[in-house]
Design a protein around this ligand. Sequence first.
Ligand code: ADE
Length: 232
Amino acid sequence: MKRVGIIGAMALEVEELKSKMEITRKEERASMEFLEGMLNGTDVVIVQSGIGKVNAALCTQILCDMFDVTHIINTGVAGSLKNEINIGDIVVSTDALHHDVDVRVFGYPLGEVPQMGCLAFPADEKLNALAVECCKEVNKDISVYSGRIVSGDQFISDKQVKDNIISNFDGFCVEMEGASIAHAAYLNHVPFVIIRAISDKADDSAEMDYPTFEKAAAAHSAALVEHMLPMI
Ligand code: ADE
């Protein structure tokens, strides 16, 4: 039986989905509230993980251990790493990596967590294709991109830092949870996809743009998640 775990880091990333779901049970673990129920005819568990990689990894592990999810979707906002990807557009992950991991001294490529056997954690190809397809139907006025998402425990708002991330990793957007959700899902053999709408350009304009656009961006991502659920 299909059961989809939906993770958003912040309240505004999951609020709308929560308000639309038919809740059958609430369970608290690690100070996070897991809501079980139905959304758009689909068995779901929706949770706000909190911000950053540790919160997101904990949350993903709990979804796997306690809630037996068969798929994981991460919805939220991100900073764009490509000129053509504009505020409001959507990036669907092909894979995700930690841009703030550095164990080069022992021969690992920048970004690779030692002994994982891969630099980036691959997203589920079917979930990726479905999200891209659904996005074209739901969010007709924006563009959807499929590519690498990079994560770190940093809000990127400096052009130099952004440029370094771009030259080190071929990322489409940057955020603070996706890679750890991907990492935990990978270790648990649970298919996942990360869906992020762009709230800012991750440069010196980010501090101004982010508060202005985060709400609309989060809504784009959540609308897509809701739409794709019955087709998973
Ligand atoms: N989430 C949204 N915008 C971001 C940025 N610029 N850096 C990190 N996480 C983000």
